[in-house]
Design a protein around this ligand. Structure first.
Ligand code: ACO
Length: 423
């Protein structure tokens, strides 16, 4: 394969280097034109590499997802969420003593300042929990002003532990506020995921314990959602970090990006869609509607995967485990039927539209007793591990600068100001 690209543009003719790596990239800015360097027009950055990253590798055609070289299937089978967080943030799987220290540090930062609870209390009872999560995460910067010292590695690490530890606490508080229940403090007796479930669902019991199979299912979901390279929310985190921002401000922006129905909000949209379809016999009619431009088949299609999303495969198995404990859900039958029809339909096959991670996750969350507004929150908690890893990589990469794309201006030419009475 060529390692340079021959290019002629106006007066310029030359060979641009193509760098080695998982994506081959050239430097168009080296090519002059009469209006500045040659620029690519790439809405949605579909074919633009904005950074070098050593965290996550995806081959969308082959349906491969690896973190620091480890396949997602193996991590989901053998690992824990906090161990995967270590892998993403520190670059390697921890040794036994390292993992013990890592878990201790992440768990010891689970408490939040009482004023943070008051911020959540200030929301209306029916406020979406993602808004409460976004506001409370962004507010943490004001409780830890030293977090702005982003060039200090020890400060970065301390605040990484703080955020990793506090995310489940904030997510649970956002939920408890919605249902009018008192907040539950983190328990030193419980691990990261089990403690999260206790903070969500504990009522009067002194020690609340979940079925271990459900704890493991949520742990697997957390592992599957921990990182996915330069997705919309991670790009938002990197963009906000690029202007010199602390972790909390950057991740607040990431939570906003994740909230959108085309990104993390899709699992909520899948459940809504399944409910609207309502019964198995209405599936063919729904599919025809999608093909005729009446909405999208939510939970299908992906910017990167042009094959079955490897996370969706693992999720299907996790769904079986959860339904074994909790009993089946008629919406699952509709989902399975939709998948069966879509995977054999020319419209979806020719566009390479396969189930993505959100297709089954909503059903699992529902079986775990979560209301649908919490689904994206359940995505944000583990994705924080990936955001931290990318925030750190962005800040320590000597190639990086403030993120500021170009535009192609299509507006009016220069014209004089028109006074109000003459318009
Ligand atoms: N249902 C029906 N048609 C679809 C779907 C879908 N879910 N997704 C894409 N298409 C069609 C488009 O209409 C388009 O068809 P056309 O070429 O005839 O115009 C073609 O497939 C390409 O679609 P794009 O929107 O250009 O693909 P893009 O890469 O920009 O979008 C996205 C990817 C946003 C994920 C899209 O597939 C989608 O909207 N899916 C549904 C929402 C969803 O499940 N999002 C979760 C993604 S995973 C995540 O964020 C964790």
């Amino acid at each position: 394969m060529a390692d340079s690209l021959h290019i002629s543009a106006g007066e310029y003719t030359g060979d641009l280097p193509i760098s080695e790596g998982t994506i081959r990239a050239t430097g168009l800015s080296a090519v002059p034109t009469d209006r500045g360097p040659l620029t690519s027009y790439d809405p949605g950055f579909v074919n633009t590499a904005a950074c070098r990253s050593a965290i996550t590798y995806i081959d969308g055609e082959a349906g491969i997802l690896e973190h620091r070289g480890y396949p997602i299937e193996e991590l989901a089978e053998h690992s824990t969420f906090l161990e995967v967080a270590h892998l993403l943030i520190k670059g390697e799987l921890p040794t036994g003593p390292e993992l013990e220290e890592w878990n201790y540090q992440a768990n010891r930062h689970r408490l939040v300042h009482e004023n943070v609870y008051e911020i959540i209390q200030a929301f209306r009872y029916d406020a979406h929990p993602m808004a409460k999560l976004m506001a409370s995460v962004a507010s943490l910067m004001t409780f830890y002003p030293s977090s702005r010292r982003i060039s200090d590695p020890a400060t970065r690490e301390l605040n990484a532990f703080r955020l990793l530890g506090k995310m489940p606490t904030l997510a649970a508080a956002a939920f408890r506020h919605s249902i009018g229940r008192h907040f539950v403090y983190p328990s030193d007796e419980l691990g990261y995921v089990e403690n999260f479930l206790a903070m969500l669902f504990q009522s009067q019991q002194r020690v609340w314990r979940a079925d271990p199979r459900l704890v493991r299912a949520l742990e697997v979901l957390f592992i599957l959602h921990a990182d996915h390279e330069q997705n919309c929310s991670t790009t938002a985190v990197r963009t906000v970090a690029s202007s010199g921002n602390d972790l909390y401000t950057s991740c607040g922006a990431g939570i906003g990006a994740l909230f959108g129905p085309l990104h993390g909000g899709a699992n909520e949209a899948v459940l809504k869609m399944l409910r609207e379809i309502g019964s198995l016999d209405r599936v063919p009619e729904f599919i025809e509607g999608v093909k005729n431009g009446k909405g999208r088949l939510m939970g299908f299609g992906h910017r990167v995967y042009k094959n079955y999303d490897p996370r969706a495969k693992v999720l299907k198995k996790a769904a079986d485990d959860v339904f074994e404990v909790r009993g089946t859900n008629p919406l699952l039958d509709i989902a399975v039927e939709l998948e069966k029809i879509a995977l054999n339909d020319e419209y979806f096959v020719s566009r390479k539209l396969y189930p993505n991670v959100d297709f089954y996750s909503g059903l699992i969350y529902e079986a775990l007793s979560f209301p649908s507004e919490m689904f994206t929150v359940l995505f944000a908690v583990p994705r924080t591990a990936g955001w931290i890893a990318h925030w750190q990589e962005q800040l320590t990469d000597p190639d990086q600068r403030i993120i500021r794309p170009k535009q192609i201006y299509t507006g009016h030419e220069r014209r004089p100001y028109v006074p109000l009475d003459q318009r």
